[in-house]
Design a protein around this ligand. Structure first.
Ligand SMILES: Cc1cc2nc3c(=O)[nH]c(=O)nc-3n(C[C@H](O)[C@H](O)[C@H](O)COP(=O)(O)O)c2cc1C
Length: 191
């Protein structure tokens, strides 16, 4: 698949088929994530694949519990959830990050996740980034030590048939700012 086709094929899936995902496929996605660049090659990412149906259900319910339930109610329909977390105490790139006022580890995780989702897309899977969740509850449920921060959850599975390729492409083109509104040549231009 051509790269831009893959980019346009990826979308945020909020309805999944009730079908388990092959572990090899999810592992392949993590392999793609593992090769992502990171500041000082610090590779701050860690992943837990939760695909045991009972635990996955508990995880989804925990993630959307209390005030976190205002969105992401679809999460229990995902057959698997990847928990993406980072070691808060060991950011090699922390010093440079302090000077720049940039949390490089978040950029690193973002890049790794995009590798992950593009690989998933190529495998016929669909994903949804989840950035709003009950972190405390998840850490407790999965036994993630205090020093780690859960950055994202990734819902992953086979997309429901409502998502046709044409629909997805159309929706994406409609939902994006125009190139002319985000791109400048040589110097900033206010409009
Ligand atoms: C860091 C991050 C956090 C996100 N968190 C959520 C979320 O909690 N729930 C959700 O439904 N979508 C979430 N999204 C998905 C965005 O809403 C989605 O990417 C955006 O609307 C563009 O749509 P598309 O992914 O279909 O192209 C998140 C995306 C990113 C990158």
């Amino acid at each position: 698949m051509k790269f831009m086709d893959l980019v346009l094929k990826r979308f945020s899936c909020r309805k999944f088929q009730n079908r388990p995902v092959e572990r090899e496929k999810i592992i392949k996605c993590i392999e793609a994530a593992r090769y992502a660049p990171s500041a000082c090659n610090s590779q701050p990412w860690r992943f837990i694949i939760v695909d045991d149906p009972e635990l996955k259900d508990r995880l989804a319910k925990t993630a959307i519990s209390g005030i976190y339930g205002v969105i992401n109610r679809f999460l229990p329909t995902a057959p698997a959830i990847i928990v993406i977390f980072a070691d808060k105490e060991k950011f090699i790139a922390q010093v440079g990050g302090k000077v720049m006022g940039t949390d490089y580890y978040l950029i690193d995780i973002g890049i790794a996740c995009e590798h992950l989702v593009l690989q998933a897309t190529e495998l016929g899977l669909a994903t949804c980034y989840i950035g709003y969740f009950n972190e405390k509850g998840i850490k407790k449920l999965l036994g993630i030590p205090q020093k780690y921060k859960v950055i994202l959850l990734m819902a992953i599975g086979y997309p429901d048939s409502i998502y046709t390729e044409e629909n997805v492409k159309e929706m994406k083109i409609k939902n994006r700012k125009k190139l002319k509104d985000i791109l400048y040549f040589n110097k900033f231009c206010s409009d």
